[in-house]
Write a protein that binds this ligand. Structure first.
Ligand code: DAU
Length: 360
């Protein structure tokens, strides 16, 4: 096993939902120095990182991964031992109404980062050159959609269906090519649907929790019978750390929660938890509203996570019931974070607290 988690890790997208969870874990549970590289789009929120903001092993860099000059500067300045690449546009509905930023950040950004990493890594002397890793964090959506049976494995053919998943698939292929052609030591992970604290409320679970407590309709696309495989974000971050530390170069690892649910089941479970934790006159399920379906809506995702269990000994610690309860409780308790996100005020907060670190 290498000792990469004791060294310097450049995390892209560290102000996002999965990225901020990973950064908080790396600071709390490893000796790594974390350089958080984030463009701070609407989904990037430094208020998710308040508990690590002044930690001596944490640095924030307000940089766009498409900016080659700035990215090269970061490699030069921080001499990282690893890159964990999470920066991405991630919301499928936004990719349908405006695909351009997905092409830019997810494809051009990944290319820019790979090139900078390749040049930097080529100039390293052994043994640092042997230890260096480029960990690309991706999604199960690259595999397309499943029928009623079967699972996505690491060998499933790519069949992305949305502009979002096509852009992530393109990024995965670039990462693979940089390994195959140039020898860049990469590992790739493809995860299922994450959920948990600090999730931006455009995604199903936080949207439904917050709409419900505000007595707004709970929108269900189509009949609510599409299936997703839910992974608690802290479990995902634990898996990412393990893959970085012990994953084999050039390998792909699927990370899923073994938690298949229809969207309707998910929304009903949230409503039942709210009925218990914040009772009101009407059951929350009365807010469920069926709305027109997402164009090209993938029917079912389900990950076979047996490779990472077998080879690296990872399995999720949360069941859907325990993870969802923690999530609902977190949203009920963390009204300051929620209110700032809903009002958009968190972006002013970033401006006020990081005015000296304008995007380069
Ligand atoms: O599978 C991993 C992917 O999971 C990630 O790669 C994506 O970045 C992430 O956004 C997520 O994609 P989904 O499209 O599955 O997530 P979303 O939360 O948007 O939707 C989950 C399901 O709920 C999906 O079947 C669409 C449905 N849905 C979503 C919203 C926002 C609704 O029925 N109503 C809604 O209002």
């Amino acid at each position: 096993m290498n000792k990469i988690l004791g060294q310097t890790i450049l995390v892209t997208g560290g102000a996002g939902f999965i990225g901020s969870t990973l950064v908080r874990q790396l600071i709390a549970d490893s000796t790594a120095t974390v350089i958080n590289v984030d463009k701070l789009t609407y989904a990037g929120n430094l208020q998710s990182l308040i508990e690590v903001a002044n930690h001596p092993r944490y640095r924030f860099e307000h940089v766009d991964i498409c900016d080659a000059v700035a990215i090269n500067r970061l490699f030069h300045e921080y001499q990282p031992d690893a890159v964990m690449h999470l920066a991405a546009e991630s919301h499928v509905d936004r990719s349908i109404s405006g695909p351009a930023t997905f092409i830019e950040t997810n494809i051009v950004g990944t290319y820019t980062l790979l090139e900078a990493a390749r040049v930097y890594w080529s100039g390293l002397a052994a043994p640092r050159k042997n230890v260096f890793r480029f960990h690309h964090i991706s999604t199960d959506e690259v595999y397309g959609s499943l029928g009623d049976t079967g699972f996505f494995t690491e060998d499933t053919a790519y069949q992305p269906n949305s502009p979002y998943s096509a852009s992530k698939a393109a990024a995965d292929h670039l990462v693979r090519a940089w390994h195959h052609t140039y020898g860049l030591p990469v590992v790739t992970t493809n995860c299922s649907n994450n959920y948990g604290p600090y999730h931006f409320p455009e995604k199903l679970i936080p949207l439904v929790i917050l709409n419900a407590v505000n007595k707004k309709p709970l929108p269900i696309y189509g009949k609510g019978d599409n299936i997703r495989d839910w992974l608690y974000v802290e479990d995902h971050a634990r898996a990412l750390r393990l893959v970085l530390e012990r994953g084999q170069v050039g390998e792909v690892y699927n990370i899923g929660g073994w938690n298949e649910k229809t969207n309707l089941q998910v929304v009903q479970a949230i409503c039942a938890l709210l009925d218990e934790l914040r009772p009101q006159d009407e059951p929350y399920a009365s807010l469920i509203t069926y709305v027109p379906d997402r164009p090209g809506h993938d029917r079912r995702y389900a990950i076979d996570a047996s490779k990472i269990a077998r080879e690296l000994g990872w399995k999720p610690l949360e069941t859907f019931d325990t993870g969802l309860r923690k999530t609902v409780q977190w949203y009920l308790a963390n009204t300051a974070w929620v209110d700032a996100v809903i009002s958009g005020e968190y972006q002013n907060w970033i401006e006020q607290n990081y005015s000296d670190r304008k995007i380069s």
